[in-house]
Design a binder for this molecule. Structure first.
Ligand SMILES: NC(=O)c1ccc[n+]([C@@H]2O[C@H](COP(=O)([O-])OP(=O)(O)OC[C@H]3O[C@@H](n4cnc5c(N)ncnc54)[C@H](OP(=O)(O)O)[C@@H]3O)[C@@H](O)[C@H]2O)c1
Length: 262
């Protein structure tokens, strides 16, 4: 019997422009690589300019642009959107991927300033990127049947001890997704992906030194990779998902159904 052939990567984003926030490494970089491999010109953001430049250098010449700045900084967002409008005159796909979790511990004791920062970056920041993409006249986001995909988390679906406030912020991202999808249809589709543990710098504390033990709780038998999430995002952003909006796609190797948490 012959081996099954690997799925062919299509060109579902040929001629399109995609913005991915927080994309110098991890899930964001994986998403940018996947959309670019399928034909998109990609704009990547991150705070640290040097690491961002290194990430951009990995892409074929002229198909990726990096703009450094903080996701919750309005001046940075304006620079990103103005640059895209000037260079390309269009935006087709917006992936709001930046999310932070600077604290670990019981919710009852969380420092309230830390909680406000999480809300600012994860919730208000996500909303701001979407508002500004839709309203910017030089991007034609609505005319291009723009697609938004936000990165939520299974921590927003089930209580996840230690990272509860982060989970609360991700629950808000998921509901923001549903609410905006209802407002922005039929022109714009808005969806989210909710991952469980994906092997990136962000999640190391959740599996380092005990990966086999953690992976054994996943029906899929392993933790996630940036490529796993990129495949889900690419699907939701593509014409294959034209009838899919207001959804939060859980990409978790089955762990939540099996009774686990993030
Ligand atoms: N990994 C997981 O297990 C997991 C699970 C569920 C959901 N998620 C979500 O997936 C998203 C990406 O996480 P990841 O695991 O890929 O993290 P990561 O490997 O730490 O990468 C984060 C990326 O975002 C950039 N970034 C971080 N804070 C930023 C800010 N305030 N403004 C602009 N850029 C910023 C980082 O670059 P700089 O440091 O240079 O800014 C980096 O490029 C987050 O929303 C996270 O909540 C992750």
């Amino acid at each position: 019997m012959s081996e099954p052939t690997a799925p062919q990567s299509g060109q579902r984003f040929a001629g399109q422009v995609a913005l991915i926030t927080g994309a110098s490494r991890g899930i964001g970089l994986g998403i940018a690589q996947r959309l670019n491999a399928e034909g998109a010109t990609v704009i990547l953001t991150a705070r640290k300019a040097e690491a961002l430049a290194e990430a951009v250098a990995q892409f074929p010449d002229g198909t990726a642009v990096g703009i450094a700045g903080k996701s919750d900084d309005a001046a940075h967002r304006a620079e990103v959107f103005d640059t895209i409008a000037e260079k390309f005159g269009r935006l087709d796909v917006l992936v709001t991927n930046v999310g932070i979790n600077p604290v670990y511990g019981p919710l009852i004791d969380i420092d309230l300033d830390a909680a406000r920062k999480i809300l600012d970056v994860n919730v208000i920041g996500t909303l701001a990127w979407i508002q500004e993409a839709v309203h910017h006249e030089g991007l034609n986001f609505r005319e291009n049947k723009g697609r938004v995909v936000s990165i939520s988390s299974v921590a927003g679906q089930v209580p996840s001890p230690g990272i509860s406030f982060y989970g609360i912020s991700k629950a808000a991202v998921s509901h923001l997704t549903r609410s905006l999808a209802v407002e922005l249809g039929p022109d714009i589709r808005v969806n989210a992906v909710a991952p469980a543990v994906v092997k990136t710098d962000f999640a190391t504390a959740l599996y380092e030194g005990r990966e086999a033990e953690v992976a054994a709780t996943y029906p899929a038998g392993r933790l996630g990779t940036p490529e796993d999430i990129a495949g889900a995002v690419a699907y939701l952003a593509s014409a294959d998902a034209e009838w899919i909006t207001a959804q939060v796609l859980t990409a978790d190797g089955g762990v939540i159904t099996a009774g686990g948490s993030a």
